[in-house]
Ligand binder design. Structure first.
Ligand code: NAP
Ligand code: MG
Length: 403
């Protein structure tokens, strides 16, 4: 078979532990036999991050900006235990945080649905994608606990030194205060990423805040979305036959539960944190959740939503068999190939991405699956396989599709 050609490299960000093992197997079993793989490789494994004083993470994000499409393996975010385990010079920051800060994007998370695994909300027949704003609000708050009564004020000093004041509370006794902020530019980036992604996916976009109560703060989000939609996206949405829909967050929650799925739900930072866990749990498994970071200027970084699956890795090191689910990591690669193919006009590469995804889903729907899905699946002929057997079963189907 002639291998599928690529023109522009994909930025490849390798990672840690079990997902690093799966990463190599996915490339060997599902990619290299079919694609003349071109990547610019960055090793974000913790050892190499430590050797390079974490410069490799910054370089990989710069490369993602240069080439526009990246695929990332799960990585360890160091804590005290990892400091000793890896003999680290410093407690390096979360690579995802570093990459997000450089690309300035919005994270979109989408569940992968398969027959045999029914969501806890059985009417959710199509995926719900959560788009979470990843800057500000309570994640960049300033808090105080106050004692014994007193006056709390909100004070803004402009460039010329003029002050604007609002009384927050005249405390008669003990209490708590917090200050939140967001930045118009960040909200605008969030809005554009969401509108672009909705056009990409040809799905409706929902957005919700609590602007009836938060008449200035949340209202600013609502207004920025409305303005950008009116001026830049309304016609494009009409042409694509999709809709932008704004409502209150409590109304949105009720509608989401009653819906059939199949749309993108844009959430402010805190709502996105909470609702993405709700939605992913309701759909079944973190190992079946894809994640893509989309920057406002159109760069894409694909990854799995789960971590490095440390417990399985230690089993693997002891020579024990693992049954780790590689679906989200496979879909990170297929997402990157599809986007690269679209950007470079390579229809064969897009077809390969589609075939890789359908071969993966059909394998599970035929009854062959990893242990995490085996527990959940209602299929009668289900069979649990190990990490590698699962990839080999997908390859068998992929061969047939691409022949
Ligand atoms: P995790 O790797 O997501 O795994 C937690 C548990 O979920 C596993 O022990 C496993 O359960 C199950 N699981 C997750 N993914 C699975 C898969 N693909 N197949 C089968 N089971 C799966 O989270 P963690 O153990 O809390 O974190 C490990 C490391 O990952 C940490 O160092 C953390 O910093 C890092 N992390 C990285 C990212 C990222 O790079 N995006 C995200 C989150 C965490 P059982 O053990 O019961 O089988
Ligand atoms: Mg959370």
């Amino acid at each position: 078979m002639k291998k599928i050609a690529m023109t522009t490299p994909i930025v490849e960000m390798d990672g840690d532990e079990m997902t690093r093992i799966l990463w190599k197997w996915i490339k060997d079993i599902l990619i290299k036999p079919y694609v003349d793989l071109k990547t610019e490789y960055y090793d974000l494994g913790l050892e190499h991050r430590n050797e390079t004083d974490d410069k490799v993470t910054v370089e990989s994000a710069e490369a993602a900006k240069k080439y526009g499409v990246a695929v990332k393996c799960a990585t360890i975010t160091p804590n005290a235990a990892r400091m000793t385990e890896y003999n680290l010079k410093e407690m390096w920051k979360s690579p995802n945080g570093t990459i997000r800060a450089i690309l300035d994007g919005t994270v979109f998370r989408t569940p992968i649905l398969v027959k045999g695994i029914t969501p806890y909300i059985p009417t959710w027949t199509a995926p719900i994608t959560i788009a979470r704003h990843a800057y500000g609000d309570v994640y960049k708050n300033v808090e105080m606990q106050v004692k014994g009564g007193g006056k709390a004020e909100l004070v803004y000093t402009d460039k010329d030194g003029n002050e604007t004041r609002e009384t927050i509370m005249e405390f008669k006794g003990d209490g708590v205060i917090q200050g939140l902020h967001n930045i118009d530019k960040s909200i605008e980036g969030f809005a554009r990423s969401c509108f672009n992604y909705a056009l990409d996916m040809k799905q409706d976009l929902w957005f919700a805040t609590k602007d009836t109560i938060s008449k200035k703060y949340d209202h600013r989000f609502k207004d920025i979305f409305a303005e950008i939609f009116e001026n830049e996206y309304k016609d494009k949405f009409e042409k694509a036959g999709i809709e932008y829909f704004y409502t209150l967050i409590d109304d949105a929650v009720a509608r989401v539960i009653r819906s059939n799925g199949g749309y993108i739900w844009a959430c402010k930072n805190y709502d996105g944190d909470v609702m993405s866990d709700m939605v992913s749990t309701a759909f079944g498994s973190l190992a079946m959740m894809t994640s893509v970071l989309v920057s406002p200027d159109g760069n894409y970084e694909y990854e799995a939503a789960h971590g490095t699956v440390q417990r399985h890795y230690y089993k693997h090191l002891k020579g024990e068999e693992t049954s780790t689910n590689s679906v989200a990591t496979i879909f990170a690669w297929s997402g990157a190939f599809r986007k690269r193919g679209e950007l470079d006009g390579l229809s064969e590469l897009v077809k390969y991405a589609d075939a890789l995804e359908s071969a993966t889903i059909e394998t599970i729907e035929s009854g062959i699956m990893t242990g995490d899905l085996y527990i959940l699946s209602k299929l009668e002929n289900k069979k649990k396989v190990n990490s590698k057997e699962f990839l080999e079963a997908i390859a068998e189907r992929l061969d047939a599709k691409l022949a």
